[in-house]
Design a protein around this ligand. Structure first.
Ligand SMILES: Cc1cc2nc3c(=O)[nH]c(=O)nc-3n(C[C@H](O)[C@H](O)[C@H](O)COP(=O)(O)OP(=O)(O)OC[C@H]3O[C@@H](n4cnc5c(N)ncnc54)[C@H](O)[C@@H]3O)c2cc1C
Length: 390
């Protein structure tokens, strides 16, 4: 099948779907080519957090705050329940060393406009009556939110289809041809899309799309394993992370003393109550290629630390474990924007552990770039060219 579209989006995860949605809203015609089922990548094997407190002060935090504002409007705009909730978040602090690190981190975040503060044990135990009693303090931000990525993707897909989007499932892109003034993307089963623009939104697989074009896209899979509990009543007011989780994202050298195995699997702790009442407990950050299995040893460590931080969880049943591939870059920031020397070629990938949170703002920005509208100087630091001299 041959079809002509303004834009071909490669990858039907949260990033591809959000980008397609904002392109369609801007009046473009769009086709998505997806290797497997829509949403079968990281976007259906992840936590649900729109977490502001974990973001590096700078463009990452600014984009996350803008994305959160967009999320507040999205349920109405999409006409769908996407499981959007704002419960707030706390980063629990175990010792003085972590407290010092979090005080500095919070100070920087406040200077970027985030409403976050350090709170003492009184507020910590009021909001989290079941947290381990040895915790010395916590951060608290009322803004940390969450969304159900599956409901979000379904809503983006339905809205896109209603606006005339074509979606080809089980259609991995196998060839991309650059002609004088347009592109042809060819997928399996003789699907080919002639288009003015291509957006690479293939998550952890984006490097493989780059190879089709001879472009080095330094994105690799960072595997994360999660355990999911049965539905239970809330055991606290907010979602929680540990200071060690924040450290594991930004600077593993400041992690508390840990076993070699915990270091090997990049063990951190995230604890969120999904809108349906299941707790999502994570997670690891593993260099394990595209191995999607979950394993007993890593899940056991996740559960042991859950028992350490929230002893009451010992009474709760685990119903599922999942693993997904965060699309990771060398500097932990996403790659967003036009690809130099390839007119009409764009990328929206490499969002690592922040892709759900950042999908609306990324989709909107990339759609504007494709349409040639808006002012996007601040996004320059996220351009692929930042890796070209490394
Ligand atoms: C354990 C874990 C916890 C996480 N928790 C959070 C969180 O709480 N909050 C948050 O914001 N983020 C979180 N993330 C990160 C988030 O899941 C990702 O950043 C996000 O899902 C990436 O979306 P994406 O669309 O770029 O990639 P994906 O969802 O992986 O989509 C890429 C798509 O491209 C397709 N594709 C690949 N190759 C081809 C090809 N050749 N042709 C066509 N299609 C192709 C794939 O099949 C896939 O569907 C977490 C991730 C993990 C693993």
């Amino acid at each position: 099948m041959n079809l002509k579209k303004d834009v071909c989006v490669i990858g039907g995860g949260v990033m591809g779907l959000a980008t397609a949605y904002y392109l369609l809203k801007a009046g473009k015609t769009v086709a998505i080519l997806e290797k497997g089922e829509v949403g079968s990548g990281a976007s259906s094997s992840c936590d649900d957090m729109i977490l502001l407190q974990s973001k590096k002060p700078g463009i990452a935090l600014t984009l996350a705050m803008e994305s959160l504002e967009m999320y507040r409007q999205l349920p109405d705009e999409l006409g769908a329940d996407i499981g959007f909730l704002t419960l707030g978040g706390m980063v629990i602090i175990e010792d003085e060393k972590q407290l010092k690190i979090m005080e500095d981190f919070v100070k920087q975040q406040v200077s970027y406009g985030l409403d976050v503060e350090i709170v003492g044990r009184d507020i910590l135990f009021k909001k989290q009556p079941h947290v381990a009693k040895y915790m010395i303090a916590s951060t608290y931000s009322p803004s940390d939110s969450q969304v159900n990525p599956l409901l979000l993707m379904r809503a983006l897909l339905y809205n896109g289809l209603n606006m005339g989007m074509d979606v080809f499932r089980n259609t991995p892109v196998q060839e991309i041809k650059q002609l004088s003034d347009h592109w042809i993307a060819r997928g399996k089963n003789d699907v080919s899309v002639e288009c003015d623009n291509i957006v690479i939104a293939a998550g952890a697989w984006s490097a493989q799309i780059g190879e089709l074009l001879g472009i080095d896209i330094p994105i690799r899979p960072i595997k994360g394993q999660i355990a999911i509990t049965e539905q239970i009543a809330p055991i606290g007011e907010t979602n929680c992370w540990t200071a060690a989780y924040i450290a594991s994202k930004h600077d593993p050298s400041i992690m508390p003393d840990r076993s070699d195995y915990d270091k090997e699997i990049g063990l951190g702790f995230s604890f969120s109550r999904a809108s349906e009442g299941n707790y999502l407990i994570g997670s690891t950050r593993e260099n394990a290629g595209f191995d999607k299995t979950t394993n007993f040893k890593a899940i056991a460590r996740i559960l042991e630390q859950t028992r350490q931080y929230f002893p009451i969880m010992n009474q709760v049943n685990i119903i599922r474990t999942i693993a997904g591939f965060r699309p990771g870059t060398k500097d932990g920031s996403p790659i967003i924007g036009h690809i130099d020397d390839f007119p009409g070629l764009f990328i929206a990938a490499g969002h690592e552990g922040d892709g759900v949170a950042l999908s609306p703002i990324t989709g909107k920005i990339v759609a504007e770039m494709v349409c040639g509208v808006g002012e996007h100087k601040r996004i320059e630091e996220l351009n692929l060219r930042r890796f070209s001299s490394n």
